[in-house]
Design a protein around this ligand. Structure first.
Ligand SMILES: [Zn+2]
Ligand SMILES: [Zn+2]
Length: 377
């Protein structure tokens, strides 16, 4: 089997445009309606097959890695690629000749097809996003029918060759154009291009070979995910057709808001209310963190809207959960709106003391006063 790159006369690093140009040029050159030399038709088919693979990034990647064997399934059905090549050629031809209609619809690709990728949106709690969690979800997807193992035919029966196209999947008809007569190839209307007719459809899947089912899946949510994080669950998308590989499932996460905690990158922000006395005199309080209640030291003389930081109590880094952000706590200081008689007289005493401060440097007795205002007794 010739190397596909050699067939198209391009290097292994050729980009999509180069491939397309090479293919168009060679397809015109070897088209059996134009080139009557022996072997031209064979060559034309090979070129079509090569372009069908190299023109598709996924197939090209598999070919690069594994050669023809990596293309799966196609080895036993060498005609499949040619069909795609034909359809493509006709598009190319007619658009190149002034846009005359190519007649036949571009046929659906036959043979094994990869299943679709699926998206599933999942809402999770703030804490689950921080620490990760194993979750069970139920996803609707297509699975290969277990009764007919994906063939679509009733067990014990098989598909038969389509009588309209004789199994080729295509019908040809001559079309006259201003540039001469071309044989036009169109998808067979009887078998939709598969070349086969399912005479006895599997009753479980109505001949489709796949069935819609809801599957339970356990998914592992790693620590540190955020809204918009996408988890890929390999092979849990829709089943492939005729033995093609399954697609993948992508779980899109949305993290619910926390009533008191707010996230900003790897840091968590929250607020706490303390009294003016706690702010002035200092205190030790308990605050809520994602790790549970933690002790927070309020220093003497803390100002309104000061931000205190609990290091390493933030969000773990996705993929490296040992590294964590901080928990930043904004201090709201509340002032009393009414005072008892006792409180009032104490505060008045303090106020008098304060206003006398400028005159009586040497008379301070209050340890509080010196700590607050840095006056040495
Ligand atoms: Zn079935
Ligand atoms: Zn047919």
């Amino acid at each position: 089997m010739a190397d596909f790159y050699d067939l198209l006369g391009v290097g292994r690093d050729a980009d999509a445009d180069t491939l397309k140009k090479a293919y168009r040029r060679l397809a015109r050159q070897y088209h059996p309606d134009i080139n009557k030399e022996a072997g031209a038709e064979e060559r034309f088919k090979e070129i079509g097959r090569a372009y069908e693979v190299l023109g598709d990034p996924q197939k090209r990647a598999r070919y690069d890695q594994f050669g023809e064997a990596g293309l799966g399934g196609s080895a036993g059905m060498p005609d499949m690629g040619d069909m795609g090549g034909f359809a493509d050629l006709f598009e190319t031809f007619f658009s190149g000749f002034g846009g005359a209609s190519s007649g036949g619809q571009r046929s659906q690709r036959r043979g094994p097809q990869q299943g679709d990728d699926l998206r599933y949106d999942l809402s999770i709690d703030f804490d689950q996003a921080v620490f990760g969690q194993e979750r069970e979800i139920k996803i609707p997807h297509l699975e290969t029918c277990e009764i007919c193992t994906g063939s679509g035919s009733k067990p014990g029966t098989g598909p038969s060759n389509c009588s309209t196209c004789g199994g080729a999947g295509q019908v040809r008809r001559a079309t006259r154009t201003p540039f001469g007569s071309f044989t036009q190839v169109a998808e067979c209307p009887s078998c939709s291009g598969s070349g086969q007719i399912i005479a006895n459809p599997c009753s479980s899947c109505s001949g489709k070979g796949v069935k819609q089912v809801r599957k339970k899946l356990r998914i592992n949510i790693p620590p540190g995910v955020d809204t918009g994080t996408r988890l890929r669950v390999s092979g849990e998308g829709n089943a492939g057709i005729l033995g093609g590989p399954s697609g993948d499932l992508y779980v899109f996460l949305k993290v619910k808001n926390h009533p008191r905690l707010r996230r900003e990158g790897l840091n968590i922000h929250s607020e706490v209310n303390v009294s003016y006395l706690q702010a002035i005199l200092g205190d030790t309080i308990e605050v809520d963190t994602v790790d549970g209640p933690k002790t927070l030291e309020i220093p003497i003389g803390t100002q309104p809207n000061a931000v205190l930081t609990l290091e390493n109590q933030g969000i773990p880094k996705l993929g490296n959960p040992v590294a964590r952000g901080d928990h930043c706590i904004l201090l709201k200081i509340s002032l009393p709106t009414r005072l008892s008689e006792d409180e009032k007289s104490l505060l008045e005493k303090l106020a008098a003391h304060h206003s006398a401060k400028g005159l009586q440097h040497h008379h301070h007795k209050s340890g509080l006063f010196s700590r607050l205002f840095g006056v040495n007794e």
